[in-house]
Design a protein around this ligand. Structure first.
Ligand code: MLT
Length: 312
């Protein structure tokens, strides 16, 4: 009887709203992607997908919350590549990315941009480097905490330029961006899902993009690579997860809804305008996400160990 009841519950899934946890503050890049895909996913599932921001500790609080949630499909979790850096960055991690989750699929790859508050003294990237070498410890670099991609991008930037800046953590780059716009911090490396409209409106100074090629959305912004930071190449991958033990038929429905969302004309257009690439359909699968996550953990763990950056 228990088995047939379970099967009936799975067939009825979903019969109430689904929470999509986002590990960073509202208004920021991860939140932008979540709210964008939640609309067509709701349409596909016939139930509302509500976005919930569970912020803190570079995304690990929301990951822990997801790992401990009931595995019934009513909790899903959108996270970026921080899922692969967390095991090396956090000594006391309360979840295992490879043991405590089911994988729904990869989502989107998002470039980053290096920005300053509008009235920051350096007019271009050459001037920025000179300015940072002279004033490094007086310059503030905002980020979204250990495990955030803004943090990782900042580390790569500081190590390639050879400077140490004063880092200022926020609960997401949404609030970090507000501080940059308000002139309370100097620099921020952040994803195009948030930054393209602000750059186009001239509300910030932009020094470069983090990809090896210029972006369609920002054709006049040079790459960091072409300005001397050879090999600088950061793009942020994203995945959608559920708690371990979520039944396969439920994962299949969630995956179908994600695939539907990633083919939605409005989602495609909006992500295109933000120079963000929807991943190929074969990656929007449980195996596509799992395989990528494994490779990324293997790639980042030795890099982070060598850099000696971690939280006790
Ligand atoms: C956010 O959504 O706030 C960002 O993805 C945080 C980050 O820089 O990792």
């Amino acid at each position: 009887a228990a088995v047939s009841f379970g099967a009936a519950a799975q067939a009825a899934f979903p019969d109430r709203p689904i929470a999509m946890l986002v590990p960073f503050a509202a208004g920021g890049p991860t939140d932008v992607v979540a709210r964008m895909i939640a609309i067509p996913m709701s349409k596909s599932l016939g139930q509302t997908v509500t976005v919930e921001n569970a912020v803190g500790a570079g995304g690990t609080i929301a990951a822990t919350k997801t790992a401990r949630a009931a595995p019934n499909g009513y909790t899903v979790f959108l996270h970026h590549m921080g899922m692969s850096t967390a095991p090396a960055l956090y000594k006391k991690l309360q979840f295992d990315p490879l043991k405590d989750f089911e994988y729904i699929g990869q989502v989107v790859d998002v470039p980053m941009t290096l920005l300053a508050r509008k009235d920051f003294p350096a007019a271009n990237f050459q001037e920025l480097q000179a300015y940072l070498k002279a004033n490094g410890n007086k310059v503030s670099l905002a980020n979204a905490g250990l495990g955030a991609v803004s943090h990782l991008c900042g580390l790569l930037f500081m190590s390639q330029v050879g400077v140490e800046l004063t880092t200022v953590p926020f609960s997401g780059t949404g609030p970090a961006m507000n501080a940059l716009l308000g002139g309370q911090v100097d620099l921020l490396c952040d994803q195009t899902t948030q930054t393209v409209p602000l750059i186009k409106d001239g509300r910030l100074k932009v020094y470069g993009v983090t990809t090896p090629k210029r972006l369609d959305a920002l054709p006049n912004v040079p790459t960091l690579d072409e300005q001397g930071l050879k090999g600088f190449d950061v793009k942020v991958w994203h995945g959608l997860y559920a708690p371990k033990g979520t039944p396969q038929p439920v994962i299949d429905k969630l995956n179908a809804a994600l695939r539907f969302a990633m083919q939605d004309p409005d989602v495609k257009r909006r992500l295109g305008e933000l120079s963000s690439d929807i991943v190929r359909m074969e990656k929007i699968t449980p195996a596509g996400l799992r395989t990528h996550l494994e490779a990324e953990i293997a790639k980042w763990t030795p890099v982070i160990r060598k850099a000696g950056v971690y939280a006790d």
